[in-house]
Design a protein around this ligand. Structure first.
Ligand SMILES: CC(C)(COP(=O)(O)OP(=O)(O)OC[C@H]1O[C@@H](n2cnc3c(N)ncnc32)[C@H](O)[C@@H]1OP(=O)(O)O)[C@@H](O)C(=O)NCCC(=O)NCCS
Length: 175
């Protein structure tokens, strides 16, 4: 399915609110991602991410509608050669390979435009679809932390996936 990754527009607030307001999406993200997700949350989010220059948190757009988000957070200080990658997609579009492709495109954008040589993702232990996305995009498991996070009142494992710049470009050449 055709999609585009692009900066957020003010006019995305309505579709963002609609697509983000989903318990199954929120259940796999940190508590900073609100549930229920209101129009005010959407407007505040767009305002905040549009201050980031160059843009690091982008919209996943299908036929002009913002149906998800993908972004990197470059780290600071001694970790400044690393960036965390995160993403979510509206539930009606799951299982079509969109996020895998979006992670690949975002990885290329990150390695090409930021002084970063390692991307990492922190996944909840039970989030099998996200593990699969990262594996398909070339990430490898670096650590499995037992019972380190609490979500919706339950304790879970956390898995750290990482992708190194040299491996990303090496794999790109092979494909
Ligand atoms: C995780 C998420 C982004 C995946 O998006 P997506 O576009 O559906 O992902 P893709 O279609 O590229 O790939 C999903 C893979 O997971 C697999 N999958 C789905 N449910 C699964 C399950 N219960 N167990 C194992 N694999 C599963 C799919 O079959 C597919 O793998 P395949 O191509 O080998 O068949 C989406 O489910 C989502 O937004 N979840 C909520 C937010 C979230 O988890 N964000 C990531 C936080 S780390």
């Amino acid at each position: 399915m055709d999609f585009e990754i692009r900066p957020w527009k003010k006019s995305d607030a309505k579709s963002l609110q609609k697509n983000a307001n989903n318990r199954s999406v929120a259940a796999n993200l940190t508590d900073l991602f609100p549930h229920p997700y209101t129009l005010k949350h959407a407007r505040d989010f767009i305002k905040k991410v549009n201050k980031l220059k160059p843009p690091t948190i982008l919209a996943i757009d299908i036929h002009g509608e913002a149906v998800g988000a993908i972004g990197i957070t470059p780290q600071i200080d001694v970790h400044r050669m690393n960036a965390e990658i995160g993403y979510w997609l509206a539930e009606p579009f799951w299982g079509k390979g969109i996020t895998t492709e979006a992670v690949k495109r975002m990885s290329a954008y990150a390695f090409d435009n930021f002084p970063v040589n390692r991307l990492f993702a922190k996944c909840f232990g039970y989030n099998k679809p996200s593990h699969r996305v990262l594996e398909k995009a070339g990430f490898e498991v670096e650590a499995h932390f037992k019972n380190t996070l609490i979500k919706n009142g339950e304790i879970h494992d956390e898995i750290i996936y990482a992708l190194w710049k040299e491996n990303f470009f090496h794999n790109l050449k092979k494909s």
